[in-house]
Write a protein that binds this ligand. Structure first.
Ligand code: SF4
Ligand code: ZN
Length: 314
């Protein structure tokens, strides 16, 4: 039987990049220490009072909520943690996501705010298929989630918005952006995006140094319910192909993902930040939220949707 490298007990989890077997208890301690170190290294909770966690029902955000609620209880008792979930109205999928999020929040005793897209905003994600955005529905869905999560966190008085982005997500994105040479986008890939604009909540990624697999292990170690289906609208085959390619590189060069991420954050990002100017934000003429143009990308998307429904109504 494999034994835990730290305590010699029966091992349950294999940490690939450090080639280490750990038992459940040692894995939980290892994982939570990594989250704590990431939070402290980047001052993610410095001066924070209310932290909103974006939860989808997937393994990453479930692991994030579990770890952050524990961290707040044990190390930052002055900080309040709450969860926000957006029900996207995707038939046969969103109901399951919401049910899992409700169970996880109940298990953890965390306040949950559910924003139902259809009852609150009057449309569902599949409705976007009627617009020119149908070919890039995941991109449009991402715009909706990013905009609403920020607006909800702001309206709920949160001063941090934490998301479950993991190392695999970030390395895949870096890989693509470096290939394309998208300097303006690369500068935004970072563990914390601070904001002094009151309507733009500071974003943090406490799981940025943890892999998808480690997040899955952590959620399973806490016997949290895990979503067993994927979104029927999923595109992302290129993204999945890139992730598979990066996994192959990692098998040949152990620690590749951590190296790429760390080189970006420590060596390249500070230089990019000096050379790329901060974007000039104005208020969106429709919703009043911060925007790069007179109308924000969310409002442009909503206008497109409204135009399509006007065209199709008798
Ligand atoms: Fe949205 Fe695409 Fe994710 Fe489905 S797979 S929830 S459409 S981003
Ligand atoms: Zn707007």
């Amino acid at each position: 039987m494999p034994i835990c490298k730290l305590c010699g007990g029966p091992a349950a989890y294999f940490i690939e990049h450090s080639k280490m077997m750990l038992c459940r208890e040692c894995f939980i301690k290892y994982y939570e220490r990594k989250v704590y170190n990431t939070v402290m290294k980047h001052g993610m909770l410095r001066g924070a009072g209310r932290v909103a966690i974006a939860v989808s029902g997937g393994k990453d955000s479930t692991a994030l909520l579990t770890a952050m609620s524990k961290l707040a209880r044990e190390k930052f008792p002055g900080i309040e943690v709450m969860a926000i979930h957006i029900n996207l109205g995707i038939e046969g999928y969103s109901e399951k996501c919401q049910e899992i999020v409700e169970r996880v929040c109940e298990n953890l005793g965390v306040e949950l705010v559910i924003h139902d897209l259809f009852s609150a905003e009057g449309y569902r994600i599949p409705d976007l298929r009627s617009t020119p955005l149908r070919r890039r529905i995941c991109g449009a869905c991402g715009t909706v989630k990013r905009y609403l999560m920020n607006r909800l966190a702001y309206e709920l008085g949160a001063d941090r918005l934490a998301t479950g982005h993991n190392l695999d997500d970030v390395v895949e994105l870096l890989f693509e952006l470096y290939l394309r040479g998208s300097v303006e986008d690369l500068v935004r890939v970072k563990p914390i995006s601070r904001s002094d604009n009151p309507k733009l909540v500071t974003k943090i990624k406490p799981l940025i140094e943890l892999t998808e697999r480690e997040n899955l292990y952590y959620a399973l170690a806490h016997e949290m319910p895990i979503l067993d289906s994927s979104c029927p609208l999923v595109e992302g085959s290129r993204m999945l192909r890139r992730k598979r390619l990066i996994d192959l590189i990692e098998r040949e060069i152990t620690g590749f993902k951590h190296m790429l991420y760390k080189s970006h954050v420590k060596r390249i990002l500070p230089r990019l930040e000096k050379s790329v100017a901060e974007p000039n934000l104005v208020e969106c003429e429709r919703c009043g939220m911060p925007s790069l143009a007179s109308r924000c990308s969310y409002c442009k998307l909503i206008s497109m949707l409204a135009a399509r429904s006007a065209e199709s109504s008798p």
